[in-house]
Design a protein around this ligand. Sequence first.
Ligand code: RIB
Length: 309
Amino acid sequence: MASPHIIVVGSSNTDMVVQADRLPLPGETVLGGDLVIAPGGKGANQAVAAARLGAHVTFVARVGQDMFGQEALSNFQREGLDTRYVVQDPDAPSGVALIVVDSDGQNIIAVAPGANRRLSPADVEAASPAFSEARSVLLQLEIPLETVMAAAKAGRSAGATVILNPAPAPSSPLPDELFTYVDILTPNETEATALTGHETPEDAALVLLRKGVDAVIVTLGEEGALVATGPDQMRRVLGFRVEAVDATAAGDAFNGALAVALARGDSLDAAVRYAHAVAALSVTRLGAQPSLPTAEEVDAFLKEARSLS
Ligand code: RIB
């Protein structure tokens, strides 16, 4: 079967990662291990996750003309991404994320978006030839909202499945119009509450379904995910328990894998289970993109999980 074609419109960052016994409190300094510098950014992570799982991925993004931007571009090419629509912005630095990871694998992240802030609807328009070939369009919220809107609209017009991972959690409500272009929404619990004001995943999913999306998948970490396709069609799809090293990019691994599995024709629940496996593997390794598994690694993991169940 031909590789499914996926477009990711989103951010690219260089991650500066420190592992420490625990996360610092406000005003506190903690001493950690050696600095690890690794490619990250929610958009780039999702693009690389999908490519490592066998998809043909077009990435629409902006990086700077600095050393980080040059390295990011070379990395995308090594990963086999279609980089025709990655712009090296002459007027902004590349995005950078500062990350601390504790001994349980939990993290805190602060992002300096740089060129990501300048990814525009015109950049989406420039990539329109790719939209007409894509099976899925995968979006996050680390770029300007107007650009997310333009990409969702372009995906809908092209007949692609539009998946919006509303991360990081928005600080103000998203416009109702955006939901009308989205097929599948994939918040985690924090994001689901930020989008709706509701604490339980079920209540949040109901509100989001009413806004017009076909499916809401609320990811629940080790508890798996709530999959909601209608008021009376809500079920839990369980995940996999693993020894956590670093949860960074687990959500990105999940979304990249979900897009690939759906684009190759898996049912929604089967795609969520596959995405759980990819996210679980990513949590066992340090870093964002360094943690993303290949299709072969995921197949071996699922085979072993089946033999243990
Ligand atoms: O989702 C993880 C990502 O969030 C990191 O790679 C960091 O760059 C931030 O964008």
